[in-house]
Every structure is written in C-alpha cells, then in structure tokens.
Design a protein around this ligand. Structure first.
Ligand SMILES: Nc1ncnc2c1ncn2[C@@H]1O[C@H](COP(=O)(O)OP(=O)(O)OP(=O)(O)O)[C@@H](O)[C@H]1O
Length: 267
C-alpha cells in the first residue's frame, strides 16, 4: 500500500487533468506535428487514434513534458507547463510508456521497476509494495527476478506498462502499449486499462480500433496534428455508414471521419 500524502487527500484544484488550448508542438526544424489542438481530458480511458504521422506520439511526448509546446497553452493538473521551470512535481504524477523505451538488460524486472519508482520519487518505504503491485498487475510476478534480457518482446512491453503505473500516476500516457502482446495478454491489458480509467486520466495511443472499443470510455481522433473528433466509441461507430471502408462499425466511423478531414488522401 502506498501511503497517501496530504496533497493526495486534498480536493482537486482543477477541472481537468489535461487541458490543451490551441496547442502547437514543433518537431524537427519547423514542422508543427501538433497544430492548434484544443482538448480537455479528465478521469477515464481516452483512446488516441489516427493515421501514421498524425502526431499522436508528438502529442503524448508533449503531455509527458518531454517536448515543450511551441505555442498555445498546455495545462497539466491545472497549471501551465510554461510556468514551471522545474517539472519534477508534475512528472511525479505522470506515468509514461514511450513507443520505444530503454532499459538495462542486466537488470531484473524487479530492479528495473524499482529503479523507475526511485526516479519517480516514490517514498522509499513504499517502493517494494508498489513494485510488487505493478508487476502483479501486468502478470509478471513469477518472472520478477529474471533479467530483462531473458524476456520476450511482449513481456518487455508488459514491464514497460509496470514501470508506467508504479507511481500510481494521476495521468497515464501509453504510446502503443499493445504492440507485441499476444491475444490473451491484450485481453488482460484491456481489463487493466478499464480498471485504471476509473480513477486515472489514461491516454492510450493505438492503431487497433478494437482496443478502443473494448477498453476506452472515449475516443480522440487525431489527423495532421488536429483534432478530428472526440466522443464515445458508440458515437464514433455512428459516424460511419455501410459504404465506408472497414471491417466493423468503429472502423467505418473512423474512415468516414478521416475522409471528411484534412487527412483525406493520406495513407
Ligand atoms: N524529429 C522529427 N523531425 C522531423 N519530422 C518529424 C520528427 N518527428 C516526427 N516528425 C513528423 O511529425 C509527424 C508526426 O509524427 P508522430 O510520430 O507524432 O506521428 P504518429 O501519429 O505517432 O505516427 P505513427 O502512428 O506512425 O506512430 C510525422 O509526419 C513525422 O514524420
């Protein structure tokens, strides 16, 4: 059990965990991969969908405070990221699984997740319990003392999820977490996403529309750096029609909305 601090018990001072207002984020020399995004996200599991190159990874990196906004406003937990020279306090409350994450191959699973807990400034006495709980939640308790280099790609991905949740984050950012998971693990992971979304603001980028249908309370559809649609999975499905490409109502809704957006003609 982690021990609640005074700050944890205090009432929330903000309406939304994440608020973007006309946000722009630059990549490379002069490309705006996020280009005028306004969005508010609170507790729930938000599925971030969009075609290749839409800007999903760039947006998640900005939310993780890895990239600084070029323009507009980004507020996390009610405070502008611009107002903080030191992002440590914000980062303590964020969990982040990048698309590709680095780790020391000689670490055991437990050592690696402990190390990440330490980086997130989890109080020392809470670390063993927090690590055990995170490892159990991704179904790796029986592999916890194996070295990272002995794990399969899907297991490494699950360790990545464990390190992202070890600090009980209020905002959890997962960039394509289901890549490499086998079907059984994907089903378990969707359940975990649903559980986490009950008291956490989870943003999960995925290419799998079925992940969104099964696990997300709402969908954020993103193309060419802009918001195309935000609504429930049922509303996304309702946007489609039989003549749109796609194997399911959600895929047809996705195609219909992208067709009518600036992403038209994109692969
Ligand atoms: N360092 C960079 N320099 C120049 N362009 C970049 C850089 N990083 C990303 N981009 C471009 O920015 C756009 C958005 O990229 P991003 O990786 O955020 O998209 P994505 O939606 O995550 O794509 P995918 O679904 O393929 O992972 C793309 O057109 C990409 O080519």
């Amino acid at each position: 059990m982690t021990t609640a601090t005074g700050a944890d018990l205090a009432p929330k001072q903000y309406a939304w965990e994440i608020e973007a207002d006309d946000l722009t984020v630059r990549v490379g020399r002069n490309r705006m991969a996020v280009d005028g995004l306004s969005l508010a996200l609170g507790t729930g599991t938000h599925g971030l969908l969009g075609p290749n190159g839409a800007g999903k990874t760039t947006l998640i990196r900005a939310l993780a405070t890895v990239l600084r906004p070029a323009g507009g406003e980004l507020r996390l937990f009610g405070s502008s990221v611009r107002d903080r020279a030191d992002q440590r306090e914000t980062r303590r409350r964020i969990g982040y699984l990048p698309q590709e994450f680095g780790y020391y191959k000689r670490f055991t699973v437990r050592e690696f997740v402990e190390y990440m807990a330490w980086l997130k400034e989890v109080p020392k006495r809470d670390v063993p319990g927090a690590v055990q709980r995170a490892v159990e939640r991704v179904g790796l308790a029986d592999r916890a003392d194996e070295r990272m280099k002995a794990l399969s790609g899907g297991m490494v991905r699950r360790v990545g999820i464990a390190q992202a949740i070890v600090n009980d984050p209020a905002v959890l950012l997962l960039d394509e977490p289901t890549v490499g998971l086998d079907p059984a693990q994907r089903l378990r992971f969707r359940e975990l996403l649903q559980q986490l979304g009950r008291d956490t603001c989870v943003v999960v980028s995925t290419h799998l529309v079925e992940d969104v249908a099964a696990a997300c309370s709402d969908v954020v559809l993103f193309a060419a750096g802009r918001l195309v649609f935000q609504g429930t999975p049922a509303e996304l499905a309702a946007a489609g029609s039989e003549d749109q490409p796609g194997d399911s109502p959600l895929e047809r809704g996705y195609s219909a909305l992208l067709d009518s957006s600036a992403g038209k003609g994109a692969w």
